[in-house]
Design a protein around this ligand. Structure first.
Ligand code: ADP
Length: 520
């Protein structure tokens, strides 16, 4: 049977997509492969079809425990003998499955990376004819990636315990240059053929928005879209998830919610309701969606900024798997940067990892503040160098608002921070620049500074926005603690000397002062 016939027989598709056929042929020719294909691109058949053709057994290594069950069930329904081993099984069930594996009942075995070196599987795999190992979500092997899992590093140790070295293929949706190098080295791929589909997803409309009131923006947006649209709203914390979902329901929008704090039964129910279109909108933490294969998700909204570009790309990428136009909206709020920085500071005891995470976060902050095409920026981030790309669909390409030269205000802001001894937070800096007559300003004698009142014509929000822009662009450093302090960065010198220009889009500055707006 040809591979196209197998595709039709077992999966019901007439033709292969893009590179699928070549990838399958490479693997069947016993060559290692590195496959980078966007979410929804169709990676699974690239290892499932070779698994059918190889004489021996195929082991699929995947961290997505929730997904394994579904994949195995659908393989079984399509007449392919497959099973999985992971921590969701009881000891007796694991024992039974390991025995069946040893008896040669399965063509495909899904294993979580933690399970490879565990006694039972290690022992049985040593006596099996494993021809092919597919490593899914291969970026998890790299410290540089956004989802590092130490257990991935045991894969090559496990492979070395096998009687014959199998063909190995690594699959991931996102990989920067460093991550690619790590995958090849740490999985010990032998001269792999690389298949790198572009990261660009033509049907996704990317938008970065900075509404003064996120929730109001969200409700308005949701009320304007067709009522049968399905989508996910990601929030940073469980608390925000619940708050947003509760408010939406009160405002007449039938939203469900999902996070890791709910019991398994509730989580499964919410997932099923979403898959079956009984709940169209789910508000969730990033726990939702890993492995959810729903083709017609029409929008993914990030109510809070995620921790880096890879996470954003993956989460946003859950929209529009069916190829139809879908919206990916990132709501940007400077306080999210502070939150993310605090999280990184709290969670990292390793200096190198801390630096990597901060850099990764900064890339996303840059994305939120660029005037360039957003789709182009994503491609550039993943090393595709498309400097002059213009998609004409993203919020930046469609933003025809004027570009304003804010260099002079920026210089005033930077000098003011300097004169205040680089020891205070954003609110006091704004007060001094706007010439506020508060007790604190007077006590600290900041009303005697030469920079006092230099921006008194501007509204509080505009000055704040400009400061946030300078932070995002790296001219000001904001400390990552409870009371963030503003300091000048080494690059601020360029702005102070007039060598670097600060250009902001008019839309960013079209923000009304909340107090003034209320008075009117
Ligand atoms: P990935 O793992 O890359 O995110 P999947 O393997 O889950 O993607 O595939 C995404 C969707 O595309 C699935 O619904 C799958 O059934 C479908 N698909 C895969 N290959 C083909 C094909 N050749 N023709 C049509 N649909 C396909």
């Amino acid at each position: 049977m040809t591979i196209t016939e197998l595709l039709k027989k077992h999966f019901g598709y007439e033709t292969f997509r893009d590179q699928q056929e070549n990838i399958i042929k490479t693997i069947c020719d016993q060559k290692d492969a590195l496959v980078i294909m966007p979410t929804g691109g169709g990676k699974s058949v690239c290892y499932q079809i070779p698994a059918l053709l190889f004489e021996g057994v195929t082991v699929v290594i995947s961290p997505l425990i929730a997904l394994m069950k579904d994949q195995v069930e659908s393989l079984n329904e399509n007449g392919i003998p497959a099973t999985f081993l992971n921590s969701s099984l009881s000891a007796s069930e694991t024992h039974k499955r390991v025995r069946e594996i040893g008896d040669g009942l399965y063509k495909l075995i899904y294993v979580a990376p933690e399970g490879l070196m565990s006694g039972a599987f290690l022992e049985v795999s040593r006596h099996m004819d494993i021809t092919f190992v597919a490593v899914d979500e291969a970026h998890c092997i790299s410290q540089w990636g956004h989802d590092f899992r130490p257990s991935y590093q045991s894969i090559s140790t496990w492979v070395r315990t096998l009687p014959d070295r199998p063909v190995i293929a690594a699959f991931t949706a996102t990989a920067t240059h460093e991550v690619k190098k790590d995958i090849i080295t740490l999985l010990d791929l032998h001269q792999p053929t690389s298949y790198i589909s572009g990261v660009d997803r033509e049907n996704l409309i990317y938008r970065v928005v900075k509404p003064p009131k996120k929730y109001d923006y969200l409700v308005k947006w949701l009320k304007e879209i067709p009522s049968d649209y399905t989508g996910i709203i990601y929030c940073a914390t469980r608390k925000t998830v619940e708050q947003v979902a509760t408010k939406l329901v009160k405002d007449g929008i039938d939203a469900g919610f999902y996070h890791g704090g709910l019991d398994t039964e509730t989580r499964n129910r919410v997932q099923d309701e979403f898959m079956l279109d009984q709940k169209k909108i789910i508000v969730s933490t990033n726990a939702f969606g890993m492995g959810i294969d729903k083709p017609d998700v029409r929008f993914v909204i990030h109510y809070n900024m995620p921790k880096n570009m890879e996470a954003y790309y993956q989460e946003a990428g859950r929209a529009g798997r069916d190829g139809l136009e879908s919206d990916c909206i990132l709501m940007y709020d400077s306080s999210d940067i502070v939150k993310q920085k605090m999280l990184i500071t709290q969670n990292s005891n390793d200096r190198e990892r801390y630096t990597i995470q901060m850099e990764n976060l900064q890339s996303l902050v840059d994305y939120c503040n660029t005037n360039n095409c957003l789709r182009g920026e994503i491609q550039n981030y993943f090393g595709e160098n498309v400097d002059t790309f213009e998609c004409n669909t993203c919020s930046n390409c469609l933003d025809e608002s004027e570009e304003i030269d804010c260099t002079e205000s920026a210089q005033k802001i930077l000098s003011c921070i300097y004169r205040m001894d680089q020891r205070f937070g954003i609110n006091l800096v704004v007060d001094v620049l706007r010439g506020a007559k508060t007790q604190r300003v007077r006590e600290l004698r900041f009303d005697t500074l030469s920079t006092y009142g230099l921006l008194k014509e501007e509204s509080t929000s505009v000055v704040k926005e400009q400061i946030m822009f300078l932070i995002a662009k790296g001219y000001i450093n904001m400390s990552a603690d409870e009371f963030p302090v503003l300091r000048l960065s080494p690059t601020s010198r360029g702005v102070l000397k007039g060598a670097d220009k600060i250009i902001m889009k008019q839309t960013r500055l079209d923000i009304k002062d909340k107090k003034k707006a209320k008075k009117k």
